[in-house]
Design a protein around this ligand. Structure first.
Ligand SMILES: *[C@@H]1O[C@H](CO)[C@@H](O)[C@H](O)[C@H]1NC(C)=O
Ligand SMILES: *[C@@H]1O[C@H](CO)[C@@H](O)[C@H](O)[C@H]1NC(C)=O
Ligand SMILES: *[C@@H]1O[C@H](CO)[C@@H](O)[C@H](O)[C@H]1NC(C)=O
Length: 338
């Protein structure tokens, strides 16, 4: 790097003798180079955010929802600190999944299968689309979203993150996984070509492996067991579909700050708190405030009881960071074994 910079400097100095115009250009280029290099250094230093985050809770004038929110922020912060040593050198922040609304000063990392459809709806509203138009795209809100919300760069996101209300909605990792399975694969409800192919791929060559088969009606899709076998296999080479990619790698929350960490499990309260916090009472329609998945815990336990002990453990290891960052427990799933 040093040699290269010296060389650049020499070259620019030589060129600069030619005339004044070129001189000015060279200086500009050099300044830009230094600036870019500084930005690069900033981006490649994963500990920066973790150092800055304030883990000190000393506010005692808050109601229970606000206190719970603070505790969640602190937990995320502490978990990130503990991992600081373990984070791989080339683990980079990922800004591309975040949505920034400049008008309402809002930052959101959309996590699929965690109340994302209602918040994508809300972000479409906030982008100025009318409701009838949004409803035409109700099955594909991302199509509309990306016309108004471009994928931010790390620096754009950092800037917005500091001054806007930033939030994330998370969910028990296993329940999110099940929700993705049911929505995308199980009953072939999603007729998208990519998922048709995925369903076939997961089923292929695994016809015999069909224990339990809690699902009797949907013979078209793979079983939950087949799906999990596939997820675990792909996780070994770090491949995830966006609908079940762990939050720690999808949103890289350790690089950013959040004002509100909502849980699907407590979404009513959390969404109200967020809406109040961000002053969105007049923007977001009541019917879209706390839409959430209808899947119950008992149902989830039934599905997971079809898996083996080692599959549950493998899954836990894949999502361990999500469990820890957001304070979820795997225990109740360990006791429901075949
Ligand atoms: C946390 O807050 C308390 C009370 O405001 C203060 O005494 C303490 O020094 C703070 N700790 C840190 C690490 O900032
Ligand atoms: C809603 O928006 C669409 C597209 O911008 C437009 O064509 C339509 O006329 C609008 N409808 C109403 C009721 O404003
Ligand atoms: C399964 O099939 C039965 C009989 O066709 C039907 O009554 C039932 O509603 C179906 N259940 C689901 C979950 O689709």
């Amino acid at each position: 790097m040093d040699k290269w910079r010296l060389f650049l400097k020499k070259m620019s100095l030589m060129a600069c003798y030619t005339n004044r115009m070129v001189q000015i250009m060279c200086i500009t280029v050099f300044i830009m180079f230094v600036f870019q290099f500084y930005k690069y250094l900033q981006a490649s230093s994963p500990s920066r955010q973790i150092e800055n985050c304030n883990c000190n809770l000393s506010d005692n004038s808050l109601d229970t929802v606000a206190l719970r929110n603070k505790a969640r922020i602190q937990r995320l912060c502490n978990t990130c600190k503990n991992w600081e040593k373990q984070i791989e050198i080339n683990f980079k922040p990922k800004a591309s999944e975040y949505l920034i609304n400049n008008r309402y000063k809002l930052v959101y990392c959309k996590i699929f299968k965690a109340a994302s459809s209602s918040w994508l709806y809300n972000f479409n509203l906030m982008a100025g689309y009318n409701t009838s138009y949004i409803n035409e795209f109700i099955t594909d809100p991302m199509g509309l979203i990306r016309k108004k919300y471009f994928r931010p760069s790390f620096f754009e996101l950092k800037r917005a993150n500091r001054v806007y209300t930033s939030f994330i909605i998370v969910r028990h990792p296993f329940e999110r996984l099940l929700s993705a399975f049911k929505d995308k694969l199980e009953c072939a409800r999603d007729n998208n070509k990519a998922y048709r192919r995925l369903r076939l791929l997961i089923k292929k060559g695994r016809r015999g492996q069909n224990p339990g088969a809690y699902l009797r009606n949907c013979t078209s899709g793979p079983t939950f067991f087949q799906f999990i076998t596939y997820v675990i296999r792909m996780a070994k080479i770090n491949r995830f579909n966006e609908h079940w990619e762990p939050v720690w790698s999808f949103c890289t929350p350790c690089f950013f700050e959040f004002d509100v960490i909502a849980h699907v499990e407590t979404l009513q309260e959390d969404a109200d708190y967020l809406i109040k916090h961000a002053k969105l009472e007049d923007v977001i329609k009541p019917q879209w405030r706390h839409k959430s998945a209808s899947q119950t815990k008992d149902e989830a336990k039934k599905y997971f009881s079809e898996l083996s002990q080692s599959q549950i453990k493998d899954l836990y290891n894949i999502y361990r960071q999500d469990f820890e960052m957001f304070g979820y427990s795997v225990d109740e799933y360990l006791y429901h074994q075949r």
